[in-house]
Design a protein around this ligand. Structure first.
Ligand SMILES: [Zn+2]
Length: 116
């Protein structure tokens, strides 16, 4: 259940942003989450609403954009996409080497907050 830990961090960040912006209420939270996190949208949403009950983001809508995992091979420079389940084995489909770097898909960021 790593959604719980992620959600607590998320709410902390959202509340901090909202406070700095002197918001009275958070209406929506727009997120980008890389697929390396393996986050289940439904669980994250449920956990968010559970832990934010007594805060100004209690009724906020979560709008999550999942970013695919994009990898670049350091051997032959080819760029390819990976499924979350294939992360433990990043073998380049072109040259077969194992020295691949994650270009994107490991981000977790709050893109935008809708506040009033
Ligand atoms: Zn390669």
């Amino acid at each position: 259940m790593h959604e719980l830990a992620i959600t607590k961090e998320l709410i902390k960040s959202v509340l901090q942003f909202a406070e700095e912006a002197r918001a009275q209420k958070v209406v929506a939270v727009h997120l980008s989450i890389g697929e390396t996190y393996g986050v289940v949208e439904d669980l994250l949403t449920k956990a968010f609403h559970h832990f934010s009950r007594d805060t100004i983001c209690a009724d906020a809508r979560l709008d999550i954009l999942f970013k695919p995992i994009c990898v670049k091979c350091t051997g032959c420079d080819s760029v390819y996409y990976l499924k979350t389940s294939a992360l433990s084995d990043m073998t380049c489909p072109q040259c077969g080497c194992h020295n691949s770097q994650i270009l994107s898909g490991d981000e977790f960021c709050i893109d935008n907050l809708e506040i009033v």
